[in-house]
Write a protein that binds this ligand. Structure first.
Ligand code: GLU
Length: 286
């Protein structure tokens, strides 16, 4: 008997930290249309773990912006703030695997360390964390904890590479992409203040919601390397990826939340119809 194909499930996952702009609209349409084309389901998820930046009114504003553009989702939206215990469990699994280590460095400590190094490791956006705290002894860690220092937890990218072996992910635009375990270095997987990170939350929730196709802007391509590593370590299924083009302003720059002029609300207020909004988003791709 032929194996039944899994139902396609996509999601749009904004953070309620600002108003939606044309870039978000394009991302939401891309995810919705992929699900609709395959007779699947489209979900809305609020990525609200960074409670220091979330503003409560954005939840309903985001929903009404999407509604206005004719976008509907197929289940009540999931809020990541309801999922902290699952992220904690995931972090514990990484601790058991020895795939993370505690880091007590301040930003200033890291800058100083990088300056002192002859060859500091570099990633796509500049210097990477120089793995300073990886060398801490159990006694030093104890001493930090006894002094009330709360650690962040960082990926031990070297150990992760050993644990997972070579990995790839499949992208509808890029084909098969080889995972580079060292691309973002020993990146933070659990922040001191919130105890988790975008990376853990996204991976755990995509699996929890049975997302089969992760659609996101090309600007998040580097993060996908981390996500594949985490999926392998957590033994979660591997979704398909679609890293799409980004909507840009007239100068060719990526839209930013802080620029209110591009918000859907201000475009609607200026008289654009939902159809015109959608057209504008499509016409403004880089
Ligand atoms: N929450 C992420 C963002 O606003 C998108 C989610 C993802 O695809 O990783 O950029």
């Amino acid at each position: 008997m032929a194996k039944k194909q899994a139902e396609v499930i996509t999601r749009f996952a904004p953070s309620p930290t600002g108003q939606l702009h044309l870039g978000h609209l394009y991302a939401a349409l891309f995810a919705r249309d992929l699900a609709r084309k395959k007779g699947g389901r489209f979900l809305l998820r609020f990525e609200d773990i960074d409670t220091t930046r979330v503003r409560p009114h954005y939840y309903s504003e985001i929903e009404s912006d999407l509604h206005h553009a004719g976008i509907r989702w197929d289940a009540p939206p999931l809020r990541q703030t309801t999922r902290f215990p699952a992220y904690q469990e995931a972090l514990n699994k990484l601790k058991k695997l020895d795939a993370v280590y505690p880091c007590f460095c301040t930003r200033r400590d890291i800058q100083r360390e990088i300056k002192n190094l002859v060859r500091a490791p570099h990633g796509p956006d500049g210097p990477l964390y120089p793995s300073t705290c990886k060398a801490l002894t159990p006694q030093q860690i104890e001493a930090h904890l006894a002094n009330g220092h709360e650690p962040a937890w960082r990926l031990d990218s070297e150990r992760a590479a050993k644990l997972t072996g070579p990995l790839t992910f499949q992208d509808s635009f890029l084909g098969s992409v080889e995972v580079n375990h060292a691309l973002l270095g020993d990146i933070i997987l659990a922040r001191k203040d919130i105890g988790t990170s975008y990376h853990i939350a996204v991976v755990v929730d995509d699996a929890f919601q049975n997302v089969t196709d992760v659609t996101r802007g090309k600007d998040l391509l580097e993060s996908t390397h981390i996500h594949r590593i985490l999926q392998a370590l957590f033994e979660l299924p591997e979704p398909k990826y679609h890293h799409h083009e980004l909507v840009c302003d007239s100068k060719g720059e990526r839209l930013a939340k802080r620029n209110a002029a591009h918000s859907l609300q201000s475009l609607v207020a200026s008289g654009l119809t939902p159809e015109e909004l959608i057209q504008l988003a499509q016409d403004s791709l880089a």
